[in-house]
Design a protein around this ligand. Structure first.
Ligand SMILES: *Cc1c(COP(=O)(O)O)cnc(C)c1O
Length: 364
């Protein structure tokens, strides 16, 4: 076993986290040069229980299966939420996490919508910290890779009546990941199925949103597309997002992205891209974008760039957009000035290479 330096009792606001280390690390089984997305998990996981209206029983245990009641409402009714963020290493071998407080805040927005208890900042941060300190060697340093951090919370009553649970479990697992998409993505505009509607749960990272999106995405994949671009659930006339990524376009010389509503996930990557673009003095518009405007712009060559923005994929260049049986191609990736620049800058910030101008980097 490698020796690990952990400061278990530095927390002031949390009762201590008990740590049970694995007897045998699995890190040597991992080929860090070829990491598949989301299939290899690090040695440990963090767990906290919510009982009698408070969080407790904080523990780090070896990653593995755990017993769950078959009557757990999370399984039956999807009272379950999650987050996704990434850790990187700088050249001093320190662990850096990108904007974790934004994820913590958003998790509490999701929790409120799904009738789940709020997570104190210390619990979210120290849960993540305790894990990263123990499993820091799992943070890849190869280019294009990082350690994906997945905090999640689910209803844990043993009760199959439909009502908000009284008991919940909060957990964090991590996995080293390489690139999410290996090529520019082909997307199709979806004008029949709906991911989220006004008044619904689209703005929350709630489990069921993703299950409901699988079938339409599968149909598109059968047609040769990687992903969908969802449109509004009412008229299917306005562009929304891509289901794990927000979408952005350079139309003429302006960065344009759909404005947020309750059917669009408030992406942290989206916010980071907009912040950088404004900082660089670029024209930025958050507004409604109709399918008609987009297709017209593609036909006339006004749409210079199109990309998805999300933690898993970071910036995913869009190669083509399908609509009503026709594929509209975007200019070649090497000609896309903005998306390449923003991808490079975000990557440099996350790895501690360029200055942390916006206070986005959290050092473990
Ligand atoms: C997570 C997610 C995104 C991207 O959000 P980031 O905070 O940038 O990772 C976009 N859309 C949906 C539906 C998501 O779940």
């Amino acid at each position: 076993m490698r020796s690990i330096n952990i400061n278990l009792y530095k927390m002031v606001d949390l009762e201590k986290i008990t740590i049970q280390k694995t007897s045998k690390t699995r890190i040597n089984e991992v080929d860090f040069a070829n990491i598949p997305f989301g299939k290899v998990y690090s040695d440990h996981m963090f767990i906290a229980d919510y009982k009698n209206k408070q969080w407790g029983n904080f523990r780090v245990v070896p990653y593995g299966y755990m017993p769950i009641s078959p009557a757990t409402p999370a399984i039956h009714y999807g009272q379950s939420i999650f987050e996704g963020l990434k850790a990187y290493k700088n050249d001093k071998n320190e662990a850096l996490v990108f904007r974790p407080l934004a994820n913590w805040k958003r998790m509490n927005v999701s929790a409120e919508r799904m009738c789940m208890p709020a997570l104190p900042e210390e619990l979210f941060m120290e849960g993540m910290n305790s894990l990263l300190e123990l499993d820091r060697d799992w943070i890849p340093s190869t280019e294009g890779s990082s350690l994906y951090i997945r905090p999640f919370m689910f209803a844990a009553d043993e009760y199959i009546g439909i009502r908000p649970s009284d008991n919940f479990t909060f957990m964090v697992i991590t996995c080293p990941v390489g690139a999410y998409y290996s090529t520019p993505v082909k997307v199709r505009i979806e004008t029949h199925y709906t991911r989220a509607v006004e008044g619904g749960t689209g703005f929350a990272k709630a489990g069921g949103n993703y299950a409901g999106a699988l079938y339409p995405a599968k149909l598109a994949q059968e047609e040769g597309y990687h992903q969908l671009i969802w449109t509004d659930g009412k008229e299917h006339k306005y562009i929304e997002e891509s289901g794990t990524m927000n979408v952005m376009f350079i139309i003429d010389d302006t960065l344009v992205t759909p404005s947020l509503g309750d059917s669009i996930l408030r992406g942290i990557t989206r916010d980071s891209v907009l912040t950088l673009a404004r900082h660089w003095g670029m024209k930025v518009e958050e507004r409604r974008i109709s399918v008609e405007e987009l297709i017209d712009g593609l036909k006339k060559g006004k749409v210079k760039e199109a990309f998805g923005a999300g933690t898993a994929a970071t910036i995913a260049h869009i190669e083509l957009i399908g609509h009503e049986g026709h594929d509209y191609y975007l200019p070649p990736v090497e000609k896309r000035e903005f998306s390449n620049k923003v991808l490079k800058e975000l990557d440099a910030m996350k790895r501690g290479i360029s200055a942390d101008t916006f206070d986005w980097i959290y050092k473990v």
